[in-house]
Unconditional design. Structure first.
Length: 312
């Protein structure tokens, strides 16, 4: 009897010791995670929540926290009557429609050519990728020189072709946005080529060999093998480029400053102007949430279309 009691006490003590050790290990684990958790809360969660609160408020940044005034949906109602915001939204849609599909199409064509028929593939991979990792200041300086209205190589070439009045590009409200779009496609195409080349590498060569035996033409191989098997890669690129196209800021700020006459302004640049030039943080936050809604809906629609393709 006493032996049983002793064994029960021993088992209980062992279980208690094990429980205490588990609690200590869990505490140590949480202590290791605490800095990361605090960083996420302070740098991500709090700004998002505070921005949502500010979107329903009127706050002049210079006045401090005490000057925050709740105005309800006034900021969101103002959005749809603000011509500058509507212009920025229109420009952003044009920028997205042109940069995403055109850039992806050019990247796909170049990736297929580099993967199959070009000698010195490594050189071309590096050559196309360098603009993507280059400094924005350097790229801006180069393209500003290329776009110079009178002495730039582009206009000099157009004049040699007989065009007496070539575009003024960045200084022309009709061409400023197009000028930025050209730079964006040129600078980002290297990243897209690398992603497509990774997708092409994963396609088994046996499939092309079998298609060749069956008498398939290069076009049929491309449309029936390459394009379908690159579907996940294309979806990944489309979603990431779609989101990044609505967040374009640096090129606009550096090259044109949104001008001339707001012809090249975009949503993020408009947020910057309202928040850090006009100090209207509440209104800037409302524009930010409009941007969040647009990007979220566009991404959700893309996912749904991709799921339907996979299902069928």
């Amino acid at each position: 009897m006493e032996t049983n009691k002793l064994s029960n006490r021993t088992a209980g003590a062992a279980a208690k010791s094990k429980w205490n050790n588990s609690k200590k290990e869990a505490l140590v684990g949480w202590l290791f995670l605490a800095p990361e958790f605090v960083g996420i809360v302070l740098l991500y969660v709090f700004p998002v929540v505070f921005s949502l609160y500010l979107s329903f408020s009127d706050w002049n940044l210079v006045g401090g926290i005490s000057s925050i005034k709740f105005v309800g949906l006034e900021n969101f109602a103002k959005l749809f009557d603000d011509e500058k915001v509507l212009m920025a939204l229109k420009n952003n849609l044009i920028y997205t429609v042109l940069t995403v599909p055109v850039g992806m199409l050019l990247a796909l064509i170049l990736a297929v050519l580099i993967h199959s028929r070009v000698y010195g593939k490594s050189y071309f991979k590096v050559a196309f990728f360098i603009p993507y990792i280059s400094s924005l200041v350097a790229l801006g300086a180069v393209w500003s020189a290329l776009y110079h209205p009178s002495k730039g190589p582009i206009n000099q070439f157009l004049i040699s072709l007989g065009i007496t009045d070539p575009p003024k590009w960045l200084a022309d409200s009709n061409y400023s946005l197009l000028s930025i779009i050209i730079i964006a496609i040129w600078a980002g195409i290297g990243y897209q080529i690398v992603i497509y080349l990774a997708g092409l590498t994963n396609i088994p060569e046996e499939m092309y060999e079998a298609a060749s035996i069956d008498g398939a033409s290069p076009w049929h191989k491309f449309t029936k093998i390459t394009l379908p098997l690159l579907g996940p890669t294309t979806s990944f690129l489309f979603i990431t480029l779609l989101m990044s196209s609505f967040k374009v800021f640096d090129l606009v700020a550096f090259m044109t400053g949104g001008g001339p006459n707001d012809s090249s302004t975009v949503i993020v640049f408009r947020i910057y102007e309202e928040g850090f030039r006009n100090f209207k943080m509440g209104y800037a936050s409302a524009i930010s949430w409009l941007l969040f809604a647009i990007v979220g809906l566009a991404t959700l629609a893309t996912w749904q279309l991709q799921k339907r393709k996979v299902h069928y």
